[in-house]
Design a binder for this molecule. Structure first.
Ligand code: F6P
Length: 332
């Protein structure tokens, strides 16, 4: 039976979890939530493996020293999972019973769209206040300019492309480098511009092989090597598929493919991600104290803001067309 949480009542015991794909900076956010909660005299319990830990009752109290020495570490000390059971009403009812047994009266969830979809349903069914923190390398959420992990992942991808360029330019080669992003080209576009790539293929825009061939033909007249960044979810296929299609029609360069993969999800978070995570953790706890619920903490124009989950989920994040334009100018 759902028990509606009284609007405006400040919770005293926060349950904290990370869900979906991990992202560098999640640990810094965990640290910030735990320390801020204790600063305000609230309790925190860590829930292991995302929503699955709620169902399995993998819940343990966290003190301020439990989050020592983690701000610099990638991954998530709470671990993460994609829970099938939490998709069912029975699973969510079990989760609520476990929370009640521990006396937990609010949740902070760190993750991406799937995490907030789960949180939203849970809040509707069981009335528990939930605040979200944007943690995904994909940067595909409304309500924030950046999600935790994006800066680190993009820097990692850029460093890899820098290295690839060293070898590409020593051999007159055309490299197709695949970066993460099933539905968004944010990593591809930012990394492409930062690493000086000749072209970037993104899922948001149907660029087609013809346009790419045109760029390659122009580049072949003046350049000794070319780098093309391909987001994994591009409509022409991943980097191997794009390379295969190009090779059929254009053989000027010796071609190689490099798929960066999960290397982009690991590593020590950058300053930008640690700061964003720290600010987000503080803002999330303070939002709960003020009686906010069912919202995600994000950073817009350098300020921390709260956006209702439904707007975060339903607002499509468009590709910044100006970045494409800039890439075209700078890669001549
Ligand atoms: O959502 C983050 C992300 O790294 C995506 O960029 C990528 O498509 C996906 O997760 C990979 O998921 P998994 O780790 O389950 O293979």
């Amino acid at each position: 039976m759902a028990t509606a949480h009284k609007e405006g009542h400040a919770p005293g015991h926060i349950g904290l979890l990370t869900s979906g794909g991990d992202a560098p900076g999640m640990n810094a956010a965990i640290r910030a939530v735990v320390r801020t909660a204790h600063y305000y005299g609230m309790q925190v319990s860590g829930i292991m493996e995302g929503y699955e830990g709620l169902i399995q009752d993998a819940i343990k109290p966290m003190g301020v020293r439990d989050v020592s020495n983690i701000i610099q570490r990638g991954g998530t000390i709470l671990r993460s999972a994609r829970s099938r059971s939490f998709l069912t009403p029975q699973g969510r009812a079990t989760a609520k019973r476990n929370l009640d047994r521990h006396g937990i009266d609010a949740l902070i969830v760190i993750g991406g769209d799937g995490t907030f979809r789960g949180a939203s349903i849970f809040e509707r069914e069981h009335g528990l206040p939930v605040i979200g923190i944007a943690g995904t390398i994909d940067n595909d959420l409304g309500g924030t300019d950046r999600s935790i992990g994006f800066d680190t992942a993009t820097n990692t991808a850029m460093e890899m492309v820098d290295r690839i360029r060293d070898t590409a330019s020593s051999h007159d080669r055309l490299f197709f480098v695949e970066v993460m992003g099933r539905t968004t080209g944010a990593i591809a576009m930012h990394c492409g511009i930062a690493a000086g790539a000749e072209y970037v293929m993104v899922p948001e825009r149907d660029q087609g092989i013809d346009e790419l061939i045109g760029v390659l033909e122009r580049a072949a007249r003046t350049k000794s090597s070319v780098i093309v960044i391909v987001a994994e979810g591009d409509e022409e296929g991943g980097a191997y598929e794009v390379a295969r299609k190009v090779k059929k029609r254009f053989q000027h360069f010796d071609t190689r493919v490099s798929v960066l993969g999960h290397v982009q999800r690991g590593g020590n978070p950058t300053v930008a991600d640690r700061l964003l995570a720290s600010r987000s953790g503080v803002a999330a706890v303070e939002a709960l104290r003020k009686g906010d619920r069912n919202k995600m903490v994000g950073q817009v124009n350098a300020s921390m803001v709260l956006t209702p989950f439904d707007q975060v989920l339903h607002k499509p994040v468009d590709l910044d067309e100006d970045l494409l334009r800039i890439l075209g100018i700078l890669s001549i």
